[in-house]
Design a protein around this ligand. Structure first.
Ligand code: B3K
Ligand code: ZN
Length: 850
């Protein structure tokens, strides 16, 4: 295995002034002619171009002449032209290759989806299209011409010429190859216009397959909101005459920010009330924004190398989170983000795949598009903003855009703009980028009643992670508030800056002993440990002025009860009472109440147990959670039934935050009531719901009561030809299956003719659905592990990126009991021993069993 190391970076020895590409598209024999204007950077060296086995080289010329074949060599990864065959002056390299998009099942490079040509080049897909210095620090303007009989021909930048069978595009903004895109297909657009604040008129198009236009309007609205927001909040304007978005059905991830031509997984574009849930709408809005925001944070300023990936991803996630907070409810968004962070990133950080936001070694870069790079990358920026303040942040960002526009930058460059703009030394802060692992922060209180003085004693420690044993202390911003026993806030939020392994902070002139509201807004991505009794947690759930801390108090109450219950002892009375009071509080935002009424998931309970040094038992956790949910329902049956009725939204569906919040609370109530009404309410709701949000919720409830068959059939009859709805249909059956049957249900579904497994969405629906069924995936007989391993091995031959990504279902295996560990290790061992395993999957499995 060949690892790449951050320390080995050196600039490319040639400067690329311009890239010209000409495509002659044909499904199994596409011709690509490339013309690169190059010049040696300093001393003349060999010219090494990336390009794999899939490129059939037709011709090669330097300044119009074929080089001596003795000076040209190829292996599986690169084409090398010896320095002896190059002029020590600017020159033109011309190549022509033939490629086979129809055979490209990895969906990397140029491939076909539903009869259309499309591309995915990040991170290293461009090398499957032509020979090229396929690295982000080599940037050039592109001129692209396309010959094809498809009616719509798109590439990056502005259109230069369009006629039947031909189009030419010019992108004046120098860009790396990973931002290249091409689309050719039978597509229709919904179109609009946007005038930037300096007066540029931009044509906006969302391209979809004929028949899908009526589901593209929300994506367009989201795009326009994003463009305006980036001008208003970051002062960033769009810089081309057109902005195109294309929806494709076969796509390895969510979407891609190619310059001026964003390509999206159709599930993140297409939405109608009948087919998409509130969560889908919120996600579409966020991802449209995310990709659009990349135009500045990613495209105008890109990454020097792939180790710096979080430079663009962490920042762009942070920006899309700010955007959603502004469009919807900021407190609810913060709570949702923390839930995702804990479920995905803390999980990653505590297992064999832990790595820092800026890794310094990888074998396959596609394995590092992770929750740590994205979500923790965003958290780190949130901390930076908290430490330097809003003004400092704004000045640093302005300086970043001024100083690095047009460049390929590093995390060092990023931190330097903050240092220069604010005068702050960020040497210690940098550890958040270079060190893996989630710090464990403990807080103890010392109350001096005589003096009216409270002292908070903190310690921080981070457990070793693979390859990093030593974890020096980090800067941790700890937001604190103090609440008096009568519920009034006596000290509004203050940020304590912890820099040492142990540190104390004092608060004077207090009349009575206050209750401490700690880590408000989740001010740092740490695990906070403090001794707190249930009565105090219930007090915070009732009185905390910080919505995150308030929600967190309820979650802690629930988790502490669930931990005890899963160990066969009695607990939960305080929790049941406190939640009843909150549910009845009509002054509180329905979305917030919905979050509080949702019990922590089984995975989260397992994580809490293993953080406490206990081996989680998935079956016991499943029962404990079920039992507590039932008790909540029994204790508050009337209240919940009232909420279920009152939160019904009258009138036509709108995906806005306010009606979505009401539906969320209604569904949370339904989920609990479903445990005591035998599924009757769900059945009525399934039959009458006028939107997919409630229909899916009802279906899931029915399946959990073992009476979903008629509903499944009805849904299939109505939506059988809608791929996105059928993905939901596949996944809900596995997710809602009783744990002991989950693998068998998955197995049965996988044998269906419409289990089109090469489609990443369909594959994820089934395999991801199983992984999300905690006790089902971790069934003690190993059926979940074996089913997953078999499919990963099959998928690896077609699409290594998807196989590698889905293998993370196994990443927590070391924390379970010996029986499960043996079976999981056996399944992983089988994968590792597979002949012809991809670099992607091999790296993942090797790290997991190391
Ligand atoms: N930058 C792309 C992700 C590319 C993933 C390549 N395996 C989407 C995004 O983060 O916006
Ligand atoms: Zn991104």
């Amino acid at each position: 295995p060949i690892a790449r190391h951050l320390a080995d970076y050196r600039p490319y020895p040639f400067v690329l002034n311009e890239t010209r590409l000409e495509f002659q598209l044909a499904p199994s024999a596409t011709r690509v002619r490339a013309e690169l204007a190059l010049r040696p950077r300093a001393g003349l060296e060999d010219l090494v171009l990336d390009g794999g086995k899939g490129l059939r080289l037709i011709s090669l010329a330097i300044d119009g002449a074929a080089p001596d074949p003795a000076h040209v060599s190829r292996d599986d990864e690169v084409l090398t032209i010896a320095a002896a065959a190059l002029p020590d002056a600017p020159f033109t390299l011309r190549t022509e290759v033939e490629i086979d998009p129809s055979a490209n099942t990895a969906f990397e490079g140029l491939y076909m989806s539903g009869g259309m040509f499309c591309t995915q080049c990040e991170a290293e897909g461009f090398r499957h299209i032509t020979f090229y210095p396929d690295r982000p620090d080599v940037m050039a303007p592109f001129r692209v011409s396309i010959h094809s009989d498809k009616p719509v021909l798109l590439s990056n930048g502005n259109p230069v010429a369009q006629r039947e069978g031909f189009a030419e595009w010019h992108d004046p903004w120098p860009k790396p190859s990973y931002l290249f895109a091409l689309v050719a297909g039978d597509l229709v657009a919904i179109s609009d216009r946007f005038a930037t604040r300096s007066g540029r008129e931009v044509d906006l198009n969302v391209w979809v397959r004929p028949g899908d236009q009526d589901r593209a309007g929300f994506a367009m609205e989201s795009l326009i909101k994003s463009m305006r927001w980036d001008e208003d909040v970051y002062g960033r304007e769009y810089d081309l005459d057109v902005f195109n978005i294309v929806a494709v059905d076969d796509f390895n991830m969510g979407a891609m920010e190619n310059k001026g031509l964003n390509i999206f997984n159709s599930k993140l574009v297409l939405a109608s009330p009948e087919t998409a849930t509130d969560a889908d709408y919120e996600r579409i809005e966020a991802v449209i924004a995310h990709e659009y925001f990349h135009n500045w944070t990613g495209n105008r300023i890109t990454c020097r190398d792939w180790f710096q990936l979080c430079l663009k991803e962490g920042l762009t996630v942070f920006r899309d989170q700010q955007f959603t907070s502004d469009m919807r409810s900021a407190p609810v968004k913060r709570i949702e983000d923390v839930r995702t962070l804990r479920a995905r990133q803390f999980r990653e950080d505590q297992g064999p795949l832990a790595h820092p936001p800026r890794p310094d070694r990888y074998e396959e870069i596609n394995n590092f598009y992770t929750a740590t790079v994205y979500e923790k990358g965003a958290e780190v920026i949130g901390m930076l903003k908290r430490l330097v303040g809003d003004d400092g942040y704004a000045r640093a960002l302005d300086l970043y855009f001024d100083r690095h526009d047009g460049e390929a930058a590093t995390i060092e460059d990023w931190l330097k703009v903050f240092e220069d703009a604010t005068g702050r030394d960020l040497a210690q802060f940098k550890r958040w980028y270079t060190d893996a692992g989630t710090p464990r922060l403990t807080m103890a209180e010392d109350w001096d009643a005589e003096a009216g003085r409270l002292r908070l004693d903190f310690t921080q420690a981070t457990a070793p992670t693979p390859g990093q044993d030593d974890k020096p202390p980090r800067v941790i911003p700890i937001a604190i508030g103090l609440i008096s026993p009568n519920g009034d806030e006596v000290l509004p939020t203050q940020v304590l800056e912890m820099t040492e392994a142990r540190q104390s902070f004092g608060f004077d002139s207090l009349g009575a002993r206050p209750v401490v509201s700690a880590l408000r807004g989740f001010s740092a991505p740490v695990m906070l440990e403090r001794l707190l009794d249930d009565a105090t947690r219930a007090f915070l759930l009732a009185h905390d002025t910080d919505p995150f801390a308030r929600w967190e108090a309820g979650r802690d109450l629930a988790l502490s009860a669930l931990v005890v219950l899963s160990q066969g002892r009695e607990a939960g009375a305080d929790y049941v009472d406190a939640i009843g009071r909150l549910a009845a509080d009509d002054g509180a935002d329905p979305a917030f109440r919905a979050l509080c009424l949702t019990l922590p998931g089984e995975e989260e309970i397992a994580t809490r147990l293993s953080e406490q040094g206990t081996t989680p038992d998935p079956d016991a956790i499943h029962e404990a959670r079920d039992g507590l949910a039932r008790r909540l329902a029994e204790a508050h049956a009337d209240l919940l039934a009232g909420l279920f009725e009152r939160m019904a939204v009258a009138g036509p569906y709108a995906p806005d935050a306010e009606p979505a919040a009401r539906r969320a609370l209604r569904i949370a109530a339904l989920g609990l009531l479903n445990r005591i009404d035998g599924g009757d309410r769900a059945e009525v709701l399934f039959g009458t719901a006028g939107n997919m949000t409630e229909r899916m919720a009802a279906l899931s409830c029915l399946l959990r009561r073992g009476r979903g068959q008629a509903a499944l059939q009805a849904m299939h009859d109505r939506f059988g030809d809608n791929r996105l709805v059928m993905d939901k249909w596949f996944s809900v059956q596995v997710m809602a299956a009783p744990p002991a049957e989950a693998a068998a249900v998955a197995h049965r579904l996988a044998r269906r003719g419409d289990f089109d497994w090469k489609n990443p969405n369909r594959f994820r629906a089934l395999l991801g659905g199983l992984a999300a069924n905690h006790a089902g995936f971790h069934a003690a007989d190993g059926a979940g592990y074996d089913f997953t391993a078999d499919w990963l091995m099959k998928m690896d031959k077609a699409n290594p990126q998807i196989a590698a990504r889905m293998s993370t279902a196994f990443e927590t295996w070391p924390r379970y009991d010996a029986t499960r560990r043996d079976r999981a290790r056996g399944a992983l061992g089988r994968i590792a021993a597979m002949a012809g395993i991809s670099r992607n999957l091999r790296e993942m499995v090797t790290r997991m069993i190391a």
